[in-house]
Design a binder for this molecule. Structure first.
Ligand code: 13P
Ligand code: SF4
Length: 343
């Protein structure tokens, strides 16, 4: 848990000055920090008054991560944090499916989403009706959904997974027939990884992709390796199998961070959304990030202004409200994930 004390522009600038990646969106000057500081201090005061917590995915802007967030992490860690907080109000600075997950796990709490853009290219690629149709087509299969799905899709599935546990959970499911959805590239990576582990499972997968991660290519990696021969290439399992094949490490955003922390190398190419790279620049100033990263428009549609607005005047659109039947069924799917991880 991050503790945010009262900020001054100088203190904020000291934290954020090392951020270099992400173009002009993520460049910090003292002047920019002077604009952020009153918003940050007002949000932190309201948070204390309203018994609220702010959860933020590593992809959102650094002024949110280091100014107001109480918990920062990957989808898996944030789901656990959402469950463990005693706060009655959860503000989830990320994307809608993550806010829905927090609501599924905390039906008695209020969950608010400040993001202006609703969506995620993976969560938007499949509906509950699609899963019902597929279940008729593949009746003997266990349906495994990635956490990047709507509550309705989770409700129609058997087990939820995240990028931090997908390979281990699918390997352990006691059925050789698996339907994985919605990420096609992660599905292909799953097939490869399980083959490497000697598993004979038959894996079918859907055709969704993440518009951020599908852009990375082996050619980009080759270019970086020629320029920075000792750089480590670290990628997310939403990248293509060709990218995964040429990487030194593959994992969830939290696992990518841990790899960087533990590895002696000084240069890294991080193949994921820019927010993680910005975070690494703040937390590991002695390591260098090479190459470029890509912005997720959905994650970057979170701002301090909208977090403040949501505290002061939440609208129906900001609030996550789920049909209780869908919520209960989606809960079972997420609970199955926790059982696999813990058991
Ligand atoms: P993580 O669970 O690894 O943080 O990934 C979430 C995501 O949306 C990746 O694009
Ligand atoms: Fe969705 Fe891709 Fe953005 Fe992650 S990076 S939230 S998968 S669109």
């Amino acid at each position: 848990m991050i503790v945010n004390n009262h900020f001054t522009p100088e203190k904020l600038y000291q934290t954020l000055q090392n951020v270099r990646v992400g173009g002009t969106v993520c460049k910090y000057t003292l002047k920019k920090c002077e604009e952020f500081t009153p918003l940050i201090n007002e949000i932190n005061e309201l948070k204390a008054q309203q018994n609220a917590v702010i959860l933020a995915h590593s992809y959102v802007s650094p002024e949110i991560l280091y100014g107001v967030a109480d918990f920062v992490g990957d989808s898996y860690a944030l789901s656990k944090d959402a469950m463990s907080t005693p706060a009655q109000r959860i503000i989830f600075a990320a994307v809608r499916f993550m806010g829905e997950t927090a609501q599924i796990l905390n039906p008695q709490k209020e969950v608010l989403i400040p993001a202006l853009l609703d969506g995620c290219s993976l969560a938007d690629s499949i509906t509950g009706a699609d899963v019902r149709r597929l279940r008729k087509e593949f009746p003997d299969y266990t349906f495994v959904c990635y956490i990047n799905t709507t509550a309705e899709v989770k409700a129609e599935s058997d087990v939820c997974v995240t990028s931090a546990n997908v390979y281990d959970i699918v390997e352990r499911i006691p059925n050789d027939k698996i339907y994985f959805l919605p990420d096609k590239l992660m599905g292909l990576n799953l097939v490869e990884e399980l083959k490497k582990r000697g598993s004979k499972k038959n894996i079918q997968y859907y055709n969704g992709t993440c518009y951020v991660h599908e852009e990375y290519s082996p050619e980009q990696i080759l270019k970086i390796r020629l320029e920075y021969p000792s750089a480590k290439v670290v990628s997310h399992p939403e990248c293509s199998p060709a990218v995964i094949h040429d990487s030194d490490f593959v994992g969830s955003t939290a696992q990518m961070l841990t790899y960087m922390k533990k590895t002696n190398a000084k240069e890294f190419l991080m193949l994921t959304e820019c927010g993680l790279s910005s975070r690494l620049e703040v937390e590991f100033p002695d390591k260098k990030l090479v190459g470029s990263c890509t912005l997720c428009k959905y994650m970057k549609s979170n701002s301090l202004e909208d977090i403040l607005r949501v505290f002061k005047n939440p609208t129906d659109r900001d609030r996550v409200v789920l049909d209780p039947t869908i919520r209960d069924r989606a809960y079972k799917t997420i609970e199955a994930m926790f059982r696999y991880v813990e058991g």
